[in-house]
Design a protein around this ligand. Structure first.
Ligand code: MN
Ligand code: MN
Length: 308
């Protein structure tokens, strides 16, 4: 089962300006081949299909717990995309109606790379890549063979790291850069974890291939806060009671990678502290949440009071 918590895994800074093309670049980290939809669905279906779960508990727990984290990454990137598309909060967004819409208020949007992100999705995220091509099931590998699946996951996390570094290099806005910085730290943890799992089974010290690509996280300013907190040494169970068995792989005297701040690896019960979900205000002229939302707000206020 999954439990949902109404927070993000990291707090995102408010964008300086609306930048739908930057939002489109960030889409690569959501719906690209190595994006969060891919990591989520690979680990999720591998964990569903896992054979001999009880006998292979540490390996099963690792894949199952990381699945939950990846679902939160899908949420984080999606929020970042919507924030970049939306820009700074419009003070009057939740007051009044959409006004006169007859003079093409969104003429600029016809020039945006992903025009459908506005025209169909109201400035929100969808599981497509930076060119608007749909994420699809062909990106999912679940062979039933534990070594092959773990090798695939190791490759996927290294590919994701490459994706994130390139997207990071295209962005100037703090929102998108923070998404990349946080996910680079967490993706590096996952690559390390899958390497250690493979080492336990095969005896091959695959973690010596890390970091791939060969750049340490200390070169990226947005990663520093998370490194100082020790995020690069932690795996979370994302569960009140389950999945602690992965500590046999992530722990057990294993240390942080040589290029990162030193320390022992640890499994943490539950989830990171995280940050608040940014409240996107309405854009009545784009009919989000509607052209004249006043009555809708009133109904919701009544329902909220009735629930207390
Ligand atoms: Mn991820
Ligand atoms: Mn990952």
């Amino acid at each position: 089962m999954f439990m949902r918590v109404d927070k993000l895994q990291a707090e995102l800074p408010v964008p300086k300006k609306a930048d739908p093309n930057a939002a489109a670049a960030l889409q690569e980290l959501l719906g690209g081949k190595y994006g969060e939809m891919s990591t989520l669905n690979n680990y999720m279906f591998q964990s569903f299909n896992f054979r001999s779960k009880e006998k292979l508990r540490p390996f099963y727990s690792l894949v199952a717990a990381i699945t939950a984290e990846e679902l939160g990454h899908v949420e984080l990137v999606s929020n970042g995309i919507a924030m970049l598309a939306n820009g700074p909060d419009k003070k009057d967004g939740d007051a009044g109606d959409g006004g006169d819409i007859s003079d093409a208020p969104f003429a600029d949007m016809s020039d945006m790379r992903l025009a459908a992100a506005f025209l169909s999705n109201g400035g929100g995220a969808t599981p497509v890549n930076s060119n608007g091509v749909s994420w699809n099931n062909d990106f999912v590998t679940t062979t039933g063979n534990v070594v092959t699946d773990l090798l695939h996951n190791f490759h996927l996390e290294c590919g994701a790291r490459l994706h994130k570094l390139r997207v990071y290099e295209t962005l100037t806005d703090p929102t998108g850069r923070e998404v990349c910085g946080y996910l680079l730290v967490r993706g590096s943890v996952h690559a390390h974890a899958y390497a250690l799992a493979l080492k336990q089974i095969t005896g091959v010290a695959i973690e010596k291939m890390l970091p791939t690509p060969n750049i340490n996280l200390d070169k990226i300013p947005e990663c520093q806060k998370y490194l100082q907190e020790g995020s690069h040494r932690r795996l979370y169970t994302f569960s009140p009671d389950d999945y602690r068995e992965m500590a046999g792989i992530w722990g057990n005297g294993e240390m942080a990678l040589p290029g990162d701040p030193p320390g022992e690896l640890e499994v943490v019960d539950g989830m990171p502290e995280g940050g608040k979900i940014h409240q996107l205000t309405g854009v009545p002229s784009a009919f989000t949440p509607d052209y004249a939302p006043e009555e809708m707000f009133e109904i919701a206020t009544k329902l909220y009071k009735a629930s207390r």
